[in-house]
Write a protein that binds this ligand. Structure first.
Ligand code: TXA
Ligand code: MG
Length: 327
């Protein structure tokens, strides 16, 4: 049984001592390890069942960690500072030239490192407590992939994270309950290694947001040479088969589940798993709905994606639905 604690300082202590911890963020729950502790990271990869060449995001307390003297990154373009100032703390990850503290185990051996300042108050408290333990040292980083076994749906509440990982954590590891994640899908990943920002994974911070904050055009993900494991086609998949469908051509399979905006009505014999009022509501409920399908043993889930829209989470939701449906 994983030790569930209430005090972020207990998690900070566990991480500083080389342990693992399940921590809440505003996007999804993460499985955390100290980013400069190679043996903790090795245990983290083993717990997730994740291949060793997949890079992880380093979470830091604030933008000070972008100073090259902190060791996490080298030089970075000025637009990366603009994005950090505009959206951190928040659901955005920047891929930057790596510094000497970012080891091969967190970068997957690439020349870049992914950095994020999370907004969830408990994640921030853990980072603040780690830094407070060594006030004179450079800021700590927490390596934290989503707290699911490799290839599975990300957890958006502690129960879901424990369902994934309870059996593989040690008694000295810890878990922190931060309620249900406010965003519900993973952070926007922005490649900042070129002359223009490039979105590698859509999230709550949209291309339009990035253009507004940087004053630059945002390049499409398809031209990027940087690898993102969220880029594997069948990622974020439940056991159930996911079929994408337009509202107009909804052909209900009796006994299936339905994930759709609230203006789509539920056909007879179909289990409604999500009735989303808008794209943010869709994002918040999507992963729990996919898990529910597995929990009640549905074979098929029909999903009606939200309409594309520039401003909200529609792009991110459509991306995750495509991946869940890919096989
Ligand atoms: O919202 C989030 O980002 C959550 C929470 C816990 O912060 N974390 C998360 O981590 O989604 P993970 O490991 O499940 O996904 C991290 C993604 C992967 O697709 C990985 O390939 C990509 O970030 N990534 C990490 N480092 C990278 C790098 N140096 N270059 C390109 N992609 C990188
Ligand atoms: Mg993940």
């Amino acid at each position: 049984m994983t030790r569930v604690v209430a005090d972020p300082a207990d998690v900070a202590r566990a991480l500083l001592a080389g342990g693992l911890a399940i921590i809440p963020t505003e996007t999804v729950y993460g499985l955390a390890a100290r980013a400069d502790d190679a043996s903790a990271i090795a245990r983290l990869y083993a717990a997730k069942g994740r291949p060793a060449d997949h890079p992880v995001i380093v979470h830091v307390h604030d933008v000070a960690a972008l100073d090259p003297s902190a060791g996490w990154v080298r030089a970075l373009p000025s637009y990366a500072h603009d994005l950090a100032d505009a959206f951190w703390p928040g659901p955005m990850t920047l891929v930057l030239p790596r510094g000497s503290r970012a080891g091969d185990d967190v970068t997957g051996g690439q020349d870049t490192v992914a950095i994020r300042v999370p907004a969830h108050p408990l994640a921030r408290a853990v980072l603040a407590d780690m830094d407070a333990a060594h006030p004179a040292a450079a800021p700590h980083g927490i390596a934290a992939p989503s707290a699911n076994r490799f290839g599975r749906v990300s957890p958006t509440c502690l129960r879901h994270a424990l369902d994934e990982l309870d059996g593989v954590l040690a008694p000295s590891d810890a878990a922190l309950d931060g309620g249900t994640c406010a965003v519900g899908v993973e952070s926007t990943i922005v490649d900042c290694t070129g002359s223009l920002p490039r979105i590698l994974r859509p999230g709550a911070i949209t291309g339009a947001d990035i253009e507004a904050a940087s004053g630059l055009a945002v390049e499409g993900a398809e031209r990027s040479e940087v690898r993102a494991s969220g880029g594997l086609r069948s990622h974020y998949a439940p056991r159930a088969r996911v079929v994408l469908c337009d509202a107009g051509s909804l052909d209900p399979v009796p006994g299936s589940g339905l994930i759709a905006p609230d203006d789509v009505s539920t056909p007879a014999g179909v289990t409604r798993l999500l009735c989303a009022t808008d794209s943010a509501d869709y994002a918040r409920g999507l992963y729990a709905a996919l898990r529910e399908a597995d929990a009640i043993g549905l074979e098929t889930v029909v999903a009606v994606p939200p309409e594309p829209d520039d401003a909200g989470l529609a792009d991110a939701v459509r991306d995750r639905l495509r991946r869940a449906a890919a096989d």
